[in-house]
Write a protein that binds this ligand. Structure first.
Ligand SMILES: [Zn+2]
Length: 248
């Protein structure tokens, strides 16, 4: 019964783009900002006992999902992340290095996203590239709004592709769900704060064929260890993209 319900929800999510998400029974995105008060930087206490040996990572959260790469674990104090903001590149091809170049050409400091998920063009299909901001836990440059809350406290994740035309690949769906699940657990981000760029401001991003609601659901399954729910849902979401012509 529960599986049937999940299947129905997945089908609904499959049919829904960003614009229709409000009609779904899934939790609505929570756009209420955090109380914008930057937590005070820890003041070094000279009388405090010095840790022996190497400094431990400031982010003491330990991954509970298998296979988390080291490069996802920043060695500096974590930013106070409140959202995961999903984008598409709106280009058929690309990679972190390519977007880094184009963002710098626009006069930005560096790649605006924290993570880029490849589609097999500029990087491997489903490869999660860590942007140069992430190890520094630097605010993003991907979702500008008047108060800049989604840049200041939003982890920017960009999937390579134009999802107004194409669909994400199965490998991309799997990758973004795993990444979102890890980030939700580590930074205590609730599912309703996994949003699309279009939830932050009027834009088509991440494209009408991309369902943020479904990623939210997949990531939640993963975060609570229901890995068995993932494969069918991933395949359904990416079905049109991955369907091959019948072989002869
Ligand atoms: Zn975007």
């Amino acid at each position: 019964m529960a599986k049937t319900l999940v299947s129905v929800l997945v089908l609904v999510a499959l049919l829904a783009g960003c614009q229709q998400q409000a009609a779904e029974s899934l939790p609505l995105p929570n756009l209420n900002g955090p109380v914008v008060s930057t937590p005070p930087a820890p003041t070094p206490d000279p009388s405090a006992p010095k840790p022996s040996g190497k400094n431990p990572p400031a982010n003491n959260a330990r991954p509970r999902i298998a296979g988390i790469p080291d490069e996802w674990l920043p060695r500096v104090r974590a930013n106070d992340w409140k959202w995961i903001v999903i984008h598409h590149s709106a280009t058929p091809a690309g990679s972190a290095a390519q977007f880094d170049r184009s963002h710098r050409q626009k006069g930005w400091d560096e790649l605006g996203y924290h993570f880029v998920i490849g589609n097999g063009t500029g990087s491997r299909d489903g490869q999660i590239e860590v942007g140069s901001r992430w190890p520094k836990q630097k605010y993003g440059a991907h979702a500008k709004t008047p108060d800049n809350r989604f840049n200041d406290f939003g982890i920017g994740v960009c999937l390579v592709g134009d999802f107004d035309i194409d669909r994400p690949t199965a490998a991309q769906v799997r990758a973004v769900a795993k990444l979102a699940a890890y980030l939700m657990q580590t930074y205590h981000i609730p599912p309703n704060r996994v949003i699309g760029h279009c939830d932050a401001k009027p834009t088509d991003c991440p494209g009408r064929h991309f369902s943020v609601a479904q990623i939210r659901q997949l990531a939640t399954h993963l975060a609570i260890g229901e890995d068995d729910q993932i494969e069918n849902a991933v395949l359904r979401m990416a079905k049109l993209q991955t369907q091959q012509p019948a072989s002869h």
